[in-house]
Each structure stands twice: as structure tokens, then as C-alpha cells.
Design a protein around this ligand. Structure first.
Ligand code: 4NP
Length: 154
């Protein structure tokens, strides 16, 4: 069975594209076949590439996310993906509110998968400086490694 994961943040131009890139990189290193995608709860940036600062943070770690384009989450995503992973608690609450009643997709908070980081948000770096993007990259890498372990076991 192909594993499938959808990462979701607010704009789909910072955190979830970085999570998608980190997950692809970890999956590639481990030779795992995974369907990975990302989306936003908001529609402001639909069709746009990731924020230049997110692209730079990923590229500094050898991961090119420039080909990604933002999209908004849609109801069929809850059927298409086995795991739907929110980058922060407010996104998780929004997803919980729009999810259809009987969907197979498991909804979770990204950092709940990382031991010692349970309940924490990947801080939104959009209104900050480059340091916030480096921190977000470290967070999404830790989350991707942990999530990959979960998929490998399950
Ligand atoms: P993201 O960051 O949710 O990590 O993509 C944001 C990007 C854009 C906005 C908010 C957060 N915005 O309000 O436009």
C-alpha cells in the first residue's frame, strides 16, 4: 500500500510546503514510496510558489521546493489521504470543523508525532525574519523523520 500524507497550514506558502519538501527528502533517503502533498486552509496564495524565504531555507538544506504551487484544501482530500497533518493547533481546529463525518483520513497535529514536542505548533514564520524559517525547517525535518517512523511501523 502506498502511504499518503497531506500537510496543511494557513497559506500553503511557508510551513506546509517546507514539510512536504522535508518529507519527500526523508522518504527518498529511506527509499519509501509515499504520496506527499500540502495545502492551505486559506485561499489568498492559491497558485503561488512557496515564499522566497521558505524556498531559501529548504535549499540551504539541499531541498528544492520551488516547483510547488499553493492550493486550498478541499473536502475530497479527506478521502484521498490516510494522514492529514496540521502545522498548528488553530489549523487543526479548522480542519476538524470542515472534515466530513465519516472519512478514513486520520487528522493529527504535526509536532504530536515528535517526542517531547506534543501539543506544540510549528510557529508561523510569515511575519518574521529568516531565523523563523530556519526554525520552521528544523521543526518540519524533526516531524518528517518521526512521521516516517510511524508509517514504516504501521
Ligand atoms: P503558512 O504562512 O501558513 O505557513 O503558509 C502564512 C502565509 C501567509 C499568510 C499567513 C500565514 N497570510 O496571512 O497571507
Amino acid at each position: 500500500m502506498t502511504h499518503s500524507v497531506l500537510f496543511v497550514c494557513l497559506g500553503n506558502i511557508c510551513r506546509s510546503p517546507m514539510a512536504e519538501g522535508a518529507m519527500r527528502a526523508v522518504g527518498g533517503r529511506r527509499g519509501m514510496d509515499i504520496l506527499v502533498d500540502s495545502a492551505g486552509t486559506g485561499s489568498w496564495h492559491v497558485g503561488n510558489p512557496p515564499d522566497a524565504r521558505a524556498q531559501a531555507a529548504a535549499l540551504a538544506n539541499g531541498v528544492d521546493i520551488s516547483a510547488q504551487r499553493a492550493r486550498q484544501i478541499a473536502v475530497p482530500d479527506f478521502d484521498r489521504f490516510a494522514h492529514i497533518v496540521a502545522m498548528d493547533c488553530s489549523v487543526l481546529a479548522d480542519l476538524d470543523a470542515i472534515r466530513p463525518a465519516a472519512t478514513p483520513g486520520r487528522l493529527s497535529l504535526f509536532l504530536d508525532h515528535v517526542t517531547g514536542r506534543e501539543g506544540q505548533d510549528v510557529a508561523d514564520p510569515y511575519y518574521g525574519d529568516e531565523d523563523g524559517f530556519a526554525t520552521a525547517w528544523a521543526d518540519v525535518t524533526a516531524g518528517a523523520e518521526a512521521l516516517m517512523e510511524l508509517l514504516r511501523r504501521g
